[in-house]
Every structure is written in C-alpha cells, then in structure tokens.
Design a protein around this ligand. Structure first.
Ligand SMILES: C[S@@+](CC[C@H](N)C(=O)[O-])C[C@H]1O[C@@H](n2cnc3c(N)ncnc32)[C@H](O)[C@@H]1O
Ligand code: SF4
Length: 376
C-alpha cells in the first residue's frame, strides 16, 4: 500500500552538549545509543511506510545535531531512506570534516543547513556555542569542496550584547560566503532554558534598541540579490541562480499546509486530518519500537476550521501568500478591508485567476500582529 505523503522529517536528537538557549528535543552524548536509536527509527519507518507516496519530494534530517550521530549510523540511515528531490541535513560547523561532507554527498544529500548563528567570537560565547567563527567558514568550504551547491546558513539576531555594527558585520560575513539560502531568526528566550534565566530580562530591556535589526537584515539581503520569501528565510533569487528555485522545499511544504510524516522522538506528523506528536522520551521510544509497536504519541484531530486558520497563519508568512479560497472562512472581512486601506495586506487576482491573499512588505515586517488582526 502507498499513501500520499511526500514530505519526510527524521529527528536525530543527539548533541555534544546543550546550548543554553535551545529547547528542541535533544539528548546529550550517549554515543552508545546511536545504533539503538537508528534501529528504532528504521523500525518506525517500516511501520509508517504505507503512508508515504511512491515518490517522496523532500527528506529533512533535523536535530539535535544530525552530524554528531556516529558517521556509520548516519550513513546507514541515509541509505535506507526513500530517495527524494531535496534531501537536507542540519549540520553544526564543528562536526563538518572533509570526510563527513563527502559521505553526505555520496549518500544522496543535496542540501545542508549549517548552524552558524553568528561570526562574532563573543556572541558565540553568549550562546555557549562550540564552534568558533573559523569553524563556520571552514565547514562551509568543506561542503563546497564536496560539491554541495545548495547550502543554507542559520543566523540569529537579537543576541544579548549584539550591537548594530556587530549585526552588520555578521550579515557581511554571511554574504561573503555566498550561501544559496539564509535563515535569519530572532533569538527567543524559550521559557525554562538556562538562557532565559540568565539573559531573559536583558533581552527584554534591549528589545526597543533592537527593533530596527530585522529591517537591517531584510534590507541588506534583498539588496544583495536574495529573495525574502518567508518571514525569516531568504534565498538567492532565481534570476541570480541560473533559474533555480532555491527556496527550502521541505519547509515550504509546512508553510503551504501539506501533509508530512515525522519520525523519531518528539517528531510531529500532520496526516489525514490528524496531528501526531511522538513521545520526546528516548527510553519510551526505544522500548516501544523494540516491541514492534508504534511509539507513544499524542494525537490531535484537526477540524476544517483549525486547518483553515493554520493555512492562513502559515501562508501569510510567504511572499507569494495563499489562495484566498483555502482560508476565506477564517478571515475577518472588515479587518481585511481595514488592512488593505492601511497598505498592509492585499487581495490579488492575477490574470483573472483565483484570488491570492498576501501581506505587503510593510505588512510582513509587522508579521504576526497583522495576521492576528485578520483572523475571524
Ligand atoms: C533545530 S535547531 C538546531 C540546529 C543545529 N543543532 C545547530 O545548533 O546549529 C535549528 C535552528 O533553530 C534556531 N534556533 C534554535 N534555538 C532558537 C531560539 N531560542 N531562538 C531562535 N532561534 C533558535 C537556530 O538558528 C538553529 O540553527
Ligand atoms: S547543538 Fe543545536 S540542537 Fe543541540 S543543543 Fe545546541 S542549538 Fe540545540
């Protein structure tokens, strides 16, 4: 039996240490457990294979630190996964050696997302990162040497102590490497993290001073030829990329409200009107799959109204917006009229086709606040 799901996420939770600001599902060390975890992942894949389409479009290995997983185990996983048009692996700079880069490429990976975060030694220190600025650059060149022609870099703005000049320098450093894609996130103090405890108050005090930071990021990247295609994501525009569409296809599937299957601890799936979330507990996950059972998970039914709201919230993050008909039921018509008059949102009907709802660049800069206003 084959199903219709074309997007596959695989969670590899292991990390060398836990960065203070991180609240992802991670497991520190425990190298001896990599093999058992891989066995469990492959067992889960077999149990779920029926929901996947014959041809999968995207595979994304996220973490944790996928490249911290024992190389032989990572290779075993990659060889068992279905082939896909886009296969992305998240990598931490200090883990990228020439050998690892070549292994990934040979195993069919064609996109790497490198967690740089910053190129400033002191800011990397605040974040408790293992990588130094040189590690980030070196990792990038190892990937290029292994013939990766689609590399993304993750960066953060709003790091405590980050001046406008330091942000500007980070942007210049990133542009100098010439990645095909850049994700630029605002650093969040996630509740319960060491970072929130140590820097939460400072971050709140700095908020006003850092208000213009994202405008600087957008301004400089767009000027350098990047397309600001999603709230926090940029890719080299097709006209500067020999016609290639360099948007992250896997993440695009999330933002377009498509179905996806997630494997591993804490992984989320959205399939057939349900959202499933696997247990984040490694022991429970390993034990369940060792018994041949699907892992413990929370299942939330998604009714049509919830899906329409989600489509609206995610679709408006994109520069292309979303088909109005798919979200109309969750749009407040009078708020839409008001936002149109303010020049923040617009309904487009290109060539007399179906209407598309998009935020204007000014609306997108205001982000979530405009979307909340639009929700009926
Ligand atoms: C799954 S995470 C981790 C990837 C990889 N292990 C690393 O550390 O580079 C993917 C990205 O989320 C972003 N991120 C993690 N914690 C964040 C936070 N508290 N606020 C904003 N972005 C965050 C980082 O840019 C990170 O590269
Ligand atoms: S390496 Fe990445 S996933 Fe692991 S703790 Fe640090 S930020 Fe989180």
């Amino acid at each position: 039996m084959t199903g219709g799901v074309r997007h596959l996420y695989v969670h590899l939770p292991f990390c060398a240490h836990r960065c203070g600001y991180c609240d992802f599902v991670t497991v520190v060390g425990r190298e001896e457990q990599h093999r058992r975890y891989l066995d469990a992942l492959l067992a889960e894949l077999e149990l779920e294979r029926g929901v996947l389409a014959e041809r999968v479009e995207t595979v994304f290995l996220g973490g944790g630190t996928p490249t911290f997983t024992e190389a032989a185990e990572l290779e075993r996983l990659l060889s068992a996964l279905p082939p896909a048009r886009e296969v992305t692996v998240e990598a931490n700079p200090e883990t990228v050696t020439p050998e690892l880069a070549r292994m990934l490429r040979t195993a069919g990976v064609n996109r790497v997302s490198l967690g740089a975060q910053s190129f400033q030694r002191d800011l990397l220190g605040v974040l408790e990162r293992r990588a130094q600025p040189d590690d980030v650059r070196r990792a990038f060149y190892h990937l290029r040497d292994a013939k990766f022609d689609n590399i993304s870099i993750d960066l953060l703005h709003g790091i405590p102590g980050q001046s406008t000049a330091a942000l500007d320098l980070d942007i210049s450093e990133a542009l100098a490497l010439g990645p095909e894609h850049i994700s630029y996130y605002e650093l969040e103090a996630k509740p319960g993290t060491r970072f929130a405890h140590a820097h939460g108050a400072e971050l709140e005090r700095q908020a006003e001073a850092m208000e213009g930071y994202f405008d600087l990021v957008v301004g400089r990247l767009v000027e350098a030829g990047y397309r600001w295609y999603e709230t926090a994501n940029f890719c080299v525009d097709t006209e500067h990329a020999d016609g290639r569409d360099l948007r992250a296809r896997h993440n695009l599937a999330y933002w377009q409200g498509r179905e996806y299957l997630g494997l591993g601890i804490g992984a989320v799936s959205t399939i057939g009107g349900e959202r499933r979330k696997n247990t984040p507990r490694l022991g429970a996950y390993l034990a369940g799959l060792a018994r041949g059972e699907t892992p413990e998970r929370d299942v939330e039914p998604l009714d049509e109204a919830t899906r329409a709201r989600e489509r609206l919230m995610l679709g408006l993050r994109l520069d292309e917006g979303l088909p109005f008909a798919t979200a109309e039921s969750s749009v407040d018509a009078s708020a839409l009229g008001r936002l149109e008059r303010l020049g923040l949102a617009t309904l487009r009907a290109d060539g007399g086709g179906p209407e598309t709802l998009v935020l204007t660049p000014r609306g997108r800069r205001l982000g979530g606040a405009v979307t909340v206003e639009l929700l009926a």
